[in-house]
Design a protein around this ligand. Sequence first.
Ligand SMILES: [Fe+2]
Length: 281
Amino acid sequence: MTVAPSLRPLGNALGTEAVGVDLARDVDDATIAWIERAFAEHPVLVFRDQQLDAAALAAFGARFGRPQPHILEQYRHPDEPMVSYITNVAKDGGIDRFGVKRASSWHTDETYEEALPRLAILHAVEMPATKGGTIFADMRAAYDALPAATKQRLDGLIALHGHTNGPDAVKLYGAAYVRKSETARPVRRHPAVRRHPVTGRAVLFVNPTHTHGFAGMDEAAGLRLIEELRDHATQEQFTYYHSWRVGDVLMWDEVATMHRSAGDARADERRIMLRTIVHPN
Ligand SMILES: [Fe+2]
């Protein structure tokens, strides 16, 4: 007899372990339906002690929508284009010392694109001995807790998104790099508050890496608002630090959450993960 899977909280705000699922074996329709129900409530869902190759990870992702190839070919897995390598190990085996800082500003993936992803999945292959975690923020709870006046201000507001021209990306990458990366890139417009497509809940959809302003608002006021919303949403009561173990499969909701690499591991330790980003069908 198979035992039904169960849920166990990992953090106070979000972060939930799904116990009793072997993703290499029991991904039948009933299990997927169970995961979908759990995921609607728990937007950071962790499966421990898994062992998936790139093809199996892409196949698992495909149960929830359409996995997409990484924009940059150099990051794609050689056998499975729908899976990318997140690694600080260079081709010659050396460590990319900037790797520890990459993606360490708060963001939601790919909001510089018109078509937004539904969810992403990371699978830990090699991790530093300590630290090197990923931090998630619950943008549903963050929205609910905003003062009424801020909610009113955000109502109907359109946010402007670029690749790395949000205030926190400028700090992380430097103004010169940002100018180069934004050349000829279209500005994307997304509502500052989105309705979650599955649950219908209101979600704060502004992130300080890609959002660099709001339609009809002057630049300085826009930057102040982005920073104010970041400071609000990243308070401890809305966040969860995930300490990775090799074998973790972690799926997160790309509408309901924002995340960042903690950037706190030693720069010379290897960190390798497989990732797939899934768009809605
Ligand atoms: Fe990311």
